[in-house]
Design a protein around this ligand. Structure first.
Ligand SMILES: [Zn+2]
Ligand SMILES: [Zn+2]
Ligand SMILES: [Zn+2]
Ligand SMILES: [Zn+2]
Ligand SMILES: [Zn+2]
Ligand SMILES: [Zn+2]
Length: 157
């Protein structure tokens, strides 16, 4: 049996994006092959049911994007892999580990830490001229902000 995607293009079509709260931009696009905290891919999660994992025996109730590059796997501050954390509570499942929630010391290309980023659900942009223009304008604005960037208010913490 093939899981066919024969449903018509509905207006409720959404996709997931991984954005930086400090930069307000999408740092890494989430693709169908992207990994979840549970270790399964995004396409193995059901968008119709809050992106819960469809794999049998998996307790993941909602896709939670985890950065991955080839064989490199994102680790938590507790030194354990993301797959060793509970997909529901995100607490470490390793016996004896006191880690209560997955948190990585990894720093993104944008120079902000992993924790500054969050996963959001955005409406799938319709392929229209208007959307293309908006994207182009946003890219231009982004470039301008990059130039003007400087100083900073890092007094928090
Ligand atoms: Zn950032
Ligand atoms: Zn899963
Ligand atoms: Zn999952
Ligand atoms: Zn941990
Ligand atoms: Zn741990
Ligand atoms: Zn980033």
């Amino acid at each position: 049996m093939e899981p066919t995607q024969g449903a018509g293009p509905g207006p409720s079509s959404t996709r997931l994006a991984w954005v930086c709260g400090a930069c307000q931009r999408e740092c890494i696009p989430i693709r169908a092959e992207s990994r979840c905290l549970c270790g399964h891919r995004q396409r193995e999660h059901d968008p119709e049911h809050g992106w819960r994992c469809k794999c049998g025996g998996c307790t993941c109730r909602a896709f939670f994007y985890i950065v991955a590059q080839g064989a490199w796997i994102l680790r938590c501050r507790c030194k354990h892999k993301h797959t060793e954390h509970d997909p529901g509570s995100r607490a470490c499942a390793k016996r004896g580990c006191t880690c209560a929630a997955f948190d990585s010391p990894w720093v993104c290309n944008c120079d902000h830490g992993w924790a500054e980023h969050r996963q959001v659900e955005v409406a799938e942009a319709p392929s229209s001229i208007g959307a293309m223009l908006a994207a182009a304008a946003a890219a231009e604005l982004d470039a301008m902000q990059a130039v003007q960037r400087g100083g900073g208010s890092g007094a928090n913490g």
